[in-house]
Design a protein around this ligand. Structure first.
Ligand code: PMV
Length: 286
């Protein structure tokens, strides 16, 4: 049994989405994680570059998947990830979706997303569900926790993604934000403002109003900084992206590490910026 699932990128509203605000994410369809499942004498996982505690979590997810699909024999799970791990591009959601696709008779995206969310919980604790929704539907979504995703139109545009090289721990960062909000309730305003930014961005994406989107990204980043989820490395990448002509830039995903996303007016500008920012790649979103 084989299947694959794609990476995702959150454009607006990470963290605020945990608290019921809307967020927007897009699939990166060309960046994929593949799985191969075979009958085996015991459950086991093969994945290059993961440590023991990661493979323990993958094994727990595999057990849940077997239970969901009434599979009583053991499985060997081979993972071939084109998605860099723990950098905000949704590798754990893609793994959850790919395993579900491989085992489930129904390939219907809402069924796949619901089952995959159970697996994602092993990795992220209490995920909002935005990552598995994008990976299962492979469509841009306007997402509100607990609701059916709304599929949105996006005028094709070019972005740059750059990885800070620091791995991030979504569960830990989400917990830290929760504590910060408890200690400083004034920060709830940042959460509400990020929701309003996502709502405004939805129309700007449909119209292809890239100047406005750039401003909204910068503003979203300001609020992410208030929440304490940026880092010197991420700020350095954002500065480089803006210095190389980006209309706006922000971190993407849980933060403290992982990736930034920057918006460019043209493909040529995005591609030229990748030559100045180490390890960055340009991609068209639609
Ligand atoms: O760490 P990532 O890339 O999976 O992004 C998580 C996004 C958060 O809003 C921080 C958490 C969530 O569950 O939505």
């Amino acid at each position: 049994m084989t299947a694959s699932a794609c990476a995702k990128l959150i454009l607006f509203g990470e963290h605020s989405v945990v608290y019921g605000q809307p967020a927007i994410a897009v699939p990166l369809r060309s960046i994929r994680l593949k799985v191969e499942l075979k009958k085996s004498s015991q459950d086991n996982v093969s994945l290059k570059g993961v440590n023991a505690s990661d493979s323990k979590r993958v094994l727990s997810a595999l057990l849940i998947a077997r239970q969901q699909h009434n599979i009583h024999y053991h499985l060997r799970l081979g993972i071939y990830s084109g998605i860099p791990l723990k950098c905000g591009l949704g590798s754990s959601a893609a793994l959850s979706v790919a395993v579900t696709r491989a085992l489930s008779k129904s390939k219907e995206p809402s069924t796949v997303a619901a089952a995959a969310l159970e697996l994602e919980r092993v990795f992220h604790g209490t995920p909002s569900g935005i990552d598995v929704a994008v990976s299962a539907y492979e469509k841009p979504v306007f997402f509100i926790r607990g609701k059916k995703p709304i599929f949105i139109r996006i005028r094709p545009m070019w972005i740059l993604v750059a990885n800070s090289g620091s791995r991030m721990h979504t569960k830990k960062v989400v917990q830290q934000v929760r504590m910060r909000l408890q200690q400083n309730p004034a920060l709830w305003q940042a959460i509400r403002n990020m929701g309003a930014i996502a709502a405004t961005a939805k129309n700007a994406l449909a119209k292809g109003d890239i100047k406005k989107l750039g401003r909204l990204m910068n503003l979203n980043q300001t609020y992410l900084k208030w929440l304490g989820v940026s880092s010197p490395k991420l700020e350095g990448l954002i500065k480089s992206a803006l210095g190389s002509g980006a209309l706006g830039a922000k971190l993407s995903g849980a933060g403290r590490g992982g990736c930034i996303v920057a918006l460019y007016a043209t493909k040529a500008k995005a591609q030229s910026a990748t030559r100045k920012i180490k390890g960055a790649f340009a991609v068209r979103i639609s």
